[in-house]
Write a protein of this length. Structure first.
Length: 498
């Protein structure tokens, strides 16, 4: 068996160690990879554990567009074979092609390429990826996230070629991971859920589901600890800590590091290189200025006793909107449509994502506050103080809806998410239908505890306890990292039938 790994940025290390485990324990000896960033490529070339048959670098593939001429016949072929239903979804999911991020920084949103260049870029990626997969002939493709044109093309082309696709996805339950054949739902868990509804869940997983649900309701907490940490950094004072001698010294050292890396990497002229030291410094200063001005005057007090719906703003640009709900990326417009679809006496409370407080300009919030029934509340207020009191949870494609369902609240969303399998979640495909969907949810929603537990039991049966976010971002001890990833590699092997 041969595996192809999508190895982006720091996940290159994670994916590589999973491949090493497959080689040592399951005798999978052939691997190839599609790699993002030269630093990741350097790591993979320098390691001695695996001899990859081919490593395709995203930045090198992108440069090929300069040799391309727009071929309408070829584009027509691509749309016929791989269109969803056209080729724009491949481009729109790529924040570098569409917004020039992370080269620039949100809220910058001007594409660095014109229409003709985007067509040529699409051709270049498609030609190279099709050629790569035909030559390497992998039996499976393993990915974490697919946040760029290359990843989405790899996925759909591999599917079309009959190559098995495997994704690791956060289960949103106690630091557990699901391996799914699709990037947006839990493919095996859905099948187990259907079985559980007919035959009942195995007692082991049923007990785990009940325990988790009871613990969450008694003390709700997010599965991603970085959100909790970010919540602490939403005040003006928290953003002045960089002036402390220790923090300032660390910032200065990091800036020197960026300057050295910039000198080392700028010779390649990669489209995605994001460490221009002066751009970095400019971005930081703009963020600090926004926080010093603050948003306090725009916040309204949270009144839990009124009838209200709750909308939690998304981190942007990110796959939650760009991949799961690509036609609902404009959050200001979505908020306005939700607000006008509510009963007249309802308030729509909107809360910022803690990580985004220092990024969005005041004009963004002023625009959503033009709706008379929309109120912005302080992001330092915990979501778990809001959810128990809300009548309805609305999100584009976020996990807030999932948390609301766990707390017996009806949910509405606009994207492809795993929790759409539950009857309490209603997906809106058309804004004209939104008022009717909201009315139905408010008037007729009845929590189905039995189905919720059956769904949770399916997730526990189809997931493994791995704190991937910690291993990915914070664990520097190589032995601990490899040991922590072993259960995930074993689960991948199980799904592959090894």
């Amino acid at each position: 068996m041969k595996g192809c790994f999508l190895l982006q940025r720091r996940f290159a290390h994670i994916g590589h160690y999973i491949a090493v485990h497959l080689k040592k324990k399951y005798r999978v000896n052939e691997f190839c990879g599609f790699v993002y960033t030269r630093a990741s490529l350097d790591f993979l070339k320098e390691q001695k554990d695996i001899n990859y048959s081919a490593l395709l670098l995203d930045e090198d593939v992108q440069k090929k567009y300069k040799e391309e001429k727009v071929d309408l016949k070829y584009l027509s072929y691509l749309e016929k074979e791989y269109g969803i239903p056209n080729l724009w979804p491949y481009i729109m999911v790529d924040r570098t092609l569409m917004y020039n991020i992370p080269v620039k920084e949100y809220p910058y949103d001007i594409p660095p390429f014109n229409h003709e260049e985007l067509m040529r870029i699409t051709q270049a990626y498609a030609r190279k990826i099709i050629s790569f997969l035909k030559k390497e002939k992998p039996d499976f493709l393993f990915c974490s996230v697919i946040g760029g044109i290359a990843g989405v093309l790899l996925y759909h082309i591999a599917k079309k070629m009959g190559i098995r696709t495997m994704f690791v996805i956060e289960s949103c339950t106690e630091k557990r991971q699901v391996i799914s054949e699709t990037y947006n739902i839990f493919s095996s868990a859905d099948k187990i859920f259907a079985r559980n509804k007919k035959e009942g869940a195995p007692e082991k997983y049923l007990n785990e589901a009940k325990r988790f649900l009871e613990n969450f309701r008694n003390q709700p907490t997010t599965y991603h600890t970085s959100v909790v940490q970010a919540r602490k950094a939403t005040t003006r004072s928290s953003h002045l800590k960089f002036l402390r001698p220790k923090s300032f010294t660390q910032s200065a050292k990091w800036f020197i590091h960026i300057m050295k890396e910039y000198q080392k990497q700028k010779k390649f002229k990669d489209y995605s290189y994001d460490s221009n030291p002066w751009q970095y410094l400019s971005n930081r200063l703009k963020r600090k200025a926004r926080n010093l001005i603050g948003l306090t005057d725009l916040y309204s007090p949270f009144n839990p006793d009124c009838d209200f719906a709750y909308f939690s703003l998304h981190y942007q640009p990110e796959i939650s909107t760009m991949l799961y709900a690509p036609f609902y990326v404009d959050q200001k417009y979505v908020i306005k449509q939700i607000a006008r679809s509510l009963p007249l006496h309802y308030t729509l409370y909107v809360k910022e994502h803690p990580v985004m407080v220092e990024y969005r300009p005041r004009s963004f919030y002023k625009e959503i506050l033009k709706m008379p029934n929309v109120k912005l509340i302080d992001p330092s207020i915990s979501t778990y103080s809001i959810l128990p009191k809300t009548k309805l949870v609305a999100t584009i494609a976020g996990t807030t809806a999932w948390e609301g369902l766990l707390l017996k609240k009806p949910a509405i969303n606009f994207g492809d998410r795993f929790y759409n399998s539950l009857p309490g979640a209603k997906r809106c495909h058309d804004f004209e239908q939104l008022p009717y969907i909201i009315k139905n949810q408010l008037d007729n929603y009845v929590p189905n505890e039995e189905e919720l537990i059956a769904f949770l039991a399916a997730i526990f049966e189809d997931s493994v306890p791995v704190d991937l976010i910690h291993l990915w971002e914070k664990e520097w001890d190589l032995k601990k990292k490899k040991a922590g990833l072993a259960p995930l590699a074993d689960e991948l092997a199980r799904k592959l039938g090894l």
